[in-house]
Design a protein around this ligand. Structure first.
Ligand code: ADP
Ligand code: MG
Length: 445
C-alpha cells in the first residue's frame, strides 16, 4: 500500500488525462478534484472517494470504463476500482472487498460548526497555538506531528480542535475527533468483544486523529497501551495527530514514559489566560454570533469580572442576554450587577503571601532569598516572576509589591514586570512556568 498522498497524486494524473477525454461539463460535475479523490491503492484495488453518494453511484455505473482504462494505462496493470463516499470509513476484507464501517463523522463526536478558526478571537495568549493549529489543518501530517495543545480549562482547546476538524472537513480530509473518554470506552469494548482488529482498522483510513483531553488516560494503563499502538501506527504513516491536555506534559507523569516522550517529540503549545483586551474581543464576538447588540459598558463589566475561564465568562454574558430575552428590556449595569454580583464581591484575588510561597516552592528557593537582595540569577529570575504574578493576580500596586521585596521602589518593580512580559513572548519555558505557577495559585485560592 502506498501512502494516501501518492494515491491521490496518481489520481490527479488520471484526472488530467480524463479532462481531455471527457466532455467538460461532465468532467466538472462528476470528476473534478475535490469532487473525487484517490484514496487507497493496493496491488489489486484502487479506491476513489467521491464527495457524495450520488457522484459515487454515477461514476460506478456510467464512467467505470473510462476510469479503469485511464488508470490501467498509467499503472500498467489491471486493478479493480472501488468507489467510496468521502467521510465513510472502510476496511478491506480478505478478498479486497470494501466494507463500509460507518460514517466517519458519526464515529466521533459531532463537530460544532461554530467552533471555527474564523470564530476564534486572537490575542497574545493564543496567537502561537492558533498558528500551529491552522498549519496542521492545512498540511496534516506535514508540519508539526504530533501537535499537543495544553491550557487550563475553558481557554479554547476544544474550540481549536473542532476548528481543525472543520478545516480538514472543508478540504475533504478524513479525520476522527473524539475525547479520550470515548477512546477509552471504545478500546475497552473492542477488547471485551474480541474486536481489536476492527478497532485498529477504523484508524486506518483517516488522515488525522484529534484527541481531546488526554489527561483522562492518566492511570488507565490498558488504554494507554492501546493508545500507544494507535499513535505509533498513525505517526509512522504520517497521519496527523492533535492532542489536548489540561496540564503540561510534565504534569501527565502518570502516562507511561514512552508516551510522554512521543508527545514531546512534536510541537507543544499552550494557551495562556487571555488579557483584558482579548476578553473584550471574545465577548463582542460571541454577541455578534448570537446576533444581539450588547452595550460596551456591559461587555466591559463582564470582561473585568471573570478572569480565568472563557466558558464562565461566556456563561455570564448568556445570563445577561437571557434577561433581554425574557423581559424585552436591555440590561443596564445595575441589572447586570444584580444578576452576576458586584465585581468586588466575586473576584477572588490571590493572596500575596500565597503567591510568594508558591513561587518559592516552585523554584526551590527560600522565601528569604526570594525577598532578599541577592543578584544571583537563581534568585533574580524567580523574584521577577513573583513580582509579575503579584501584579497580575493579586492586584496590589507596584509600591506594595516593592515593600514585599525588602522595600524596592516602584520603578524597580515595574522594570522586573516588563522584563518578564517581554521574555514570556519569546520564551516558551517561561510561559510554561507562569502557567503552572498561576494555575497552582488559583487552585489553592
Ligand atoms: P477548553 O477545551 O480549553 O476547556 P473550550 O474550547 O471548550 O475550552 O472553550 C470554552 C469556551 O470559550 C468555548 O465556548 C469557546 O468557543 C470559547 N473560547 C475560548 N477561546 C476563544 C477564543 N480565542 N475566541 C473565541 N471563543 C473562545
Ligand atoms: Mg475541552
Amino acid at each position: 500500500m502506498t501512502s494516501v498522498d501518492n494515491d491521490n497524486d496518481l489520481w490527479m494524473t488520471a484526472l488530467g488525462e480524463m479532462e481531455t477525454k471527457v466532455p467538460k461539463p461532465i468532467f466538472e460535475t462528476w470528476l473534478k478534484f475535490p469532487k473525487t479523490r484517490g484514496k487507497f491503492f493496493s496491488e489489486t484495488v484502487f479506491i476513489i472517494e467521491a464527495q457524495d453518494a450520488f457522484i459515487s453511484e454515477y461514476l460506478e455505473t456510467r464512467m467505470y470504463s473510462v476510469i479503469s482504462e485511464t488508470l490501467q494505462k498509467l499503472i500498467k496493470k489491471e486493478v479493480e476500482i472501488k468507489f467510496n463516499v468521502f467521510g465513510v470509513a472502510f476496511t478491506l476484507d480478505e478478498n479486497s472487498n470494501v466494507k463500509v464501517i460507518k460514517k466517519i463523522e458519526n464515529l466521533g463526536v459531532q463537530i460544532n460548526d461554530q467552533y471555527t478558526f474564523d470564530n476564534f478571537v486572537l490575542g497574545p495568549s493564543n496567537e502561537l497555538v492558533h498558528a500551529a493549529s491552522l498549519s496542521v489543518s492545512e498540511n496534516p501530517g506535514k508540519s508539526f506531528n504530533p501537535l499537543m495543545i495544553y491550557s487550563e480549562v475553558g481557554l479554547g482547546k476544544t474550540h481549536l480542535l473542532h476548528a481543525i476538524a472543520n478545516k480538514l472537513h472543508e478540504q475533504n480530509f478524513n479525520f476522527y475527533y473524539l475525547t479520550c473518554e470515548d477512546f477509552t470506552n471504545e478500546y475497552i469494548k473492542s477488547i471485551r468483544t474480541n474486536s481489536t482488529e476492527k478497532f485498529r482498522n477504523k484508524y486506518r483510513s483517516i488522515d488525522a486523529l484529534l484527541l481531546d483531553d488526554i489527561q483522562f488516560l492518566m492511570g488507565k494503563e490498558q488504554t494507554q497501551e492501546g493508545f500507544f499502538h494507535t499513535f505509533n501506527a498513525l505517526h509512522l504513516n504520517k497521519k496527523q495527530i492533535v492532542i489536548t491536555s489540561d496540564r503540561p506534559i510534565s504534569g501527565l507523569k502518570l502516562l507511561e514514559d514512552r508516551i510522554t516522550s512521543r508527545l514531546s517529540g512534536g510541537l507543544v503549545v499552550d494557551i495562556q489566560f487571555p488579557d483584558l483586551e482579548t476578553r473584550l474581543d471574545i465577548l463582542k464576538q460571541k454577541a455578534l454570533i448570537k446576533n444581539v447588540v450588547v452595550d460596551d459598558e456591559i461587555i466591559g463589566f463582564i470582561a473585568n469580572r471573570v478572569y480565568h475561564n472563557i466558558r464562565e465568562m461566556e456563561g455570564a454574558l448568556n445570563k445577561v442576554l437571557a434577561i433581554t430575552e425574557l423581559t424585552g428590556i436591555k440590561p443596564d449595569i445595575q441589572a447586570a450587577e444584580e444578576l452576576l454580583g458586584a465585581p468586588d464581591e466575586l473576584e477572588v484575588f490571590s493572596d500575596p503571601d500565597e503567591i510568594i510561597a508558591q513561587v518559592s516552592k516552585y523554584f526551590q528557593v527560600d522565601i528569604e532569598d526570594l525577598r532578599g537582595k541577592s543578584r544571583e540569577q537563581k534568585y533574580t529570575t524567580p523574584r521577577q516572576i513573583a513580582m509579575f504574578i503579584l501584579r497580575e493576580d493579586s492586584k496590589i500596586n507596584l509600591n506594595s509589591i516593592g515593600k514585599l521585596f525588602g522595600g524596592r521602589d516602584h520603578s524597580t518593580v515595574l522594570h522586573a514586570i516588563r522584563r518578564v512580559q517581554t521574555d514570556a513572548a519569546t520564551n516558551p519555558n517561561l510561559r510554561r512556568d507562569l502557567l503552572s505557577l498561576r494555575s497552582s495559585i488559583i487552585n489553592r485560592g
